[in-house]
Design a protein around this ligand. Structure first.
Ligand SMILES: NC(=O)c1ccc[n+]([C@@H]2O[C@H](COP(=O)([O-])OP(=O)(O)OC[C@H]3O[C@@H](n4cnc5c(N)ncnc54)[C@H](OP(=O)(O)O)[C@@H]3O)[C@@H](O)[C@H]2O)c1
Length: 269
């Protein structure tokens, strides 16, 4: 099997498939974008920052937009429709938390609104834009990137994020129930601690602040989750392999499910 970038994959697996990967410029989204491109898909992506240096792996379409707003989602939907005509694969990756630490009382309505706008609403809006076309063509795949925090919420700073991800996973299940009979498959992915470039920078900062090695800072973060049984965080490429599998015809009967990729972090079944 050919090796394409960091991926060993069939370069024809997604040939002719039209994909939108939100947040495909950094972290998990960038890895999923590159993995789908390596598999031959025509890929569009969107992020807020200006067009990045693609390092020879530019997607077919990049839209600069803030997907936490209705206007941003509408602009992405219009640009994708114009260029690709519709979608076969829709991978919702955009998400994250900017809430302050301090527990539930610090989370006012504005912060709750921002966390929902970033972690739930982009998926709702883009699904409304593209799933009807998938139903009409009798085929399509939707993936929602949730988080293990939806079942293992941390209360200090990310409770609103965790609750928004829980809403995303529950919505994902309901959408699957509704559209499966039309040939549209819907699944969710719940990552644990994934060491993206942003996470690596955080580890470097913590190491500097605490006067410890980066490995000790990484272990400290892992301990804050109760430990990771495999002994390390996951990589964005490992999440991308799961996404590629779920997006592929190899997963044709997997529907309405959520897959954790957390090295065993969540201690319950
Ligand atoms: N990394 C982890 O450990 C982890 C664990 C569990 C779940 N997750 C989930 O996995 C997803 C990706 O996380 P990540 O750590 O890979 O994030 P990341 O490295 O911060 O990358 C986020 C990507 O989304 C884009 N983005 C963020 N907000 C956006 C917005 N409002 N509109 C458009 N684009 C936006 C970013 O580009 P711009 O900043 O330029 O907009 C970037 O391309 C998120 O949903 C996160 O909740 C991550």
């Amino acid at each position: 099997m050919p090796v394409l970038g960091p991926f060993r994959c069939d370069p024809q697996e997604f040939a002719g498939r039209r994909a939108l990967v939100t947040g495909g410029t950094q972290g998990i989204g960038a890895a999923i974008r590159r993995r789908l491109q390596a598999g031959g898909a025509r890929v569009a992506t969107a992020a807020r920052s200006p067009v990045p240096d693609w390092q020879g792996e530019a997607p077919e379409l990049f839209i600069q937009a803030d997907l936490s707003t209705a206007e941003g989602a509408a602009a992405v939907a219009a640009a994708v429709r114009e260029r690709l005509g519709g979608l076969d694969l829709l991978v919702h990756v955009v998400g994250g938390s900017a809430a302050p630490a301090g527990g539930f009382a610090r989370l006012d309505d504005e912060i709750w609104g921002q966390e929902l706008a970033r972690n739930l609403f982009p998926a709702l809006r883009l699904d409304r834009a593209f799933v009807p076309g998938m139903i009409a063509q009798g085929a399509g795949v939707v993936l929602h990137v949730s988080s293990i925090q939806r079942s293992l919420p941390l209360h200090d700073a990310t409770l609103a994020y965790a609750a928004a991800k829980a809403a995303l996973t529950t919505y994902s299940k309901g959408l699957a129930q509704e559209v499966g009979r039309h040939g549209v498959r819907v699944n969710a992915i719940a990552p644990g601690f994934i060491e993206t470039a942003a996470a690596a920078r955080l580890i470097g900062r913590l190491a500097g602040q605490q006067g410890v090695t980066e490995d000790a800072a990484r272990q400290g973060l892992m301990q804050s989750l109760g430990g990771i049984p495999i002994g390390r965080p996951g990589t964005p490429e490992e999440v991308a392999e799961l996404a590629a599998f779920l997006a592929s015809d190899r997963a044709a009967s997997i529907h309405g499910a959520e897959f954790r990729i957390d090295g065993g972090t969540v201690p319950t079944v």
